[in-house]
Design a binder for this molecule. Structure first.
Ligand SMILES: NC(=O)c1ccc[n+]([C@@H]2O[C@H](COP(=O)([O-])OP(=O)(O)OC[C@H]3O[C@@H](n4cnc5c(N)ncnc54)[C@H](OP(=O)(O)O)[C@@H]3O)[C@@H](O)[C@H]2O)c1
Length: 338
């Protein structure tokens, strides 16, 4: 018995809810409806070349929860479905969470690493290079259009099937004391570059996935600060709210497309971020970036939003599920209107 309560399954539940509503009207009184249907949660393919997907034996709606009975091999099937990607673009790969993503991806994934610090990128490449692995580095400043265009063009040539939009900055301190340039850079990197990279690279990601009969993936690194206004990080938190909203909307809009979309929302993580932002205090309980990267890759295709943090993680995950459900419901309406 699997208790379906994760946001990855929300749109699936919404779709099933329509079926349940129809079936209940014809089901004999006092009996739950029983169906067989293919495993078709968003992020899961309709079928698997190596192994037939398990079919759902039946499900039952009790209050607001869908309880689904799956055959015994379902858990093994889900584990088996952890994906690998042929080629990944990671922005902000020169340090912190981006560098951790480069280490967390398997050797079979070719890497295109971008950032501004060429020496750090080259050091990453050296550390990760194996005989058969393709790793390329590109130093590009994402505050300017030339930098964004250089990254887009390199990623298209590289034929990526995984885009990790991770680069991010944000000044710490009172809004009125923040240098205007730091605010401009925050919006340029976190908002403008993220939007344009996703807009320009999605068509290629989707086209390649269709041709190869596979799935592409997009991870946007937002933040737990995306959920709440954060004094002294006002523009940063607002920019991350943009990233979260954008990614949640895309996850709903692209639900029928061969792509898994994840908004990654870590709480404080050990990296150069705090130092660069101008915050010089301690960050108690900061997470390991390796843990953040591995958890994100494991969640890809299973959830739409992943909040990581000992305290805020569980609390904000509830909010994330509700937001994903709203996005999916709104997308049904906007699709009809469109
Ligand atoms: N650390 C945290 O507590 C935390 C919590 C939640 C979310 N996040 C998010 O996680 C992401 C990664 O941050 P991090 O913690 O790993 O910090 P980090 O160590 O400072 O890494 C930031 C990365 O972004 C790149 N970057 C910054 N400005 C850039 C620009 N103008 N052009 C191109 N690349 C640029 C940096 O590359 P160069 O140095 O080579 O320029 C660096 O690789 C960010 O989006 C951040 O908002 C961090």
């Amino acid at each position: 018995m699997v208790h379906i309560d994760s946001d990855a399954n929300v749109s699936w539940i919404i779709r099933i809810a329509g079926v349940i509503a129809r079936q209940y009207s014809s089901a004999p009184a006092g009996r739950s409806p029983c169906f067989h249907m293919p495993w078709s949660a968003p992020g899961m393919p309709l079928g698997c070349p190596e192994e037939a997907p398990p079919s759902i034996s039946y499900f039952h709606v009790i209050r607001d929860h869908a309880l689904v009975c799956l055959p015994a091999n379902a858990a093994a099937y889900v584990r088996h479905m952890t994906r690998t990607y042929k080629a990944a673009l990671i922005t902000g790969a020169s340090s912190g969470i981006g560098a951790a993503f480069t280490r967390a991806l398997p050797e079979t994934t070719a890497l295109l690493l971008t950032g501004r610090n060429r020496n750090a990128l080259d050091a990453q490449r050296q550390a990760l290079t194996t005989d058969h692995r393709r790793i390329e580095c590109l130093d590009a400043d994402l505050t300017i259009m030339e930098g964004i265009e250089a990254v887009v063009s390199a990623a298209e040539d590289f034929g990526i099937d995984l885009l990790i939009a991770n680069a991010g900055v944000g000044p710490f301190g009172p809004f009125l004391q923040a240098p205007e340039q730091a605010l401009r850079d925050t919006i340029a990197v976190n908002v403008m570059a993220t939007t344009l990279l996703v807009r320009r690279l999605l068509p290629g990601l989707l086209a390649r996935a269709r041709v190869q009969n596979s799935r592409a993936a997009l991870i946007v690194v937002a933040s737990s600060a995306a959920f709440v206004p954060v004094p002294n990080l006002a523009v940063y938190a607002a920019s991350k709210a943009f990233d979260l909203s954008l990614t949640e909307a895309l996850a709903a809009e692209l639900v029928s497309e061969p792509i898994d979309v994840l908004a990654l929302c870590p709480t404080a993580t050990r990296s150069r971020f705090a130092e660069r932002s101008g915050y010089h205090g301690g960050v108690p309980g900061a997470q390991d970036p390796g843990y953040v990267a591995r958890a994100a890759l494991a969640a890809l295709g299973r959830r739409r939003t992943l909040v990581l943090g000992a305290v805020s993680g569980p609390a904000l995950s509830v909010v994330a599920v509700a937001r994903a459900a709203s996005a999916q419901a709104i997308s049904l309406i906007t699709c009809r209107l469109g």
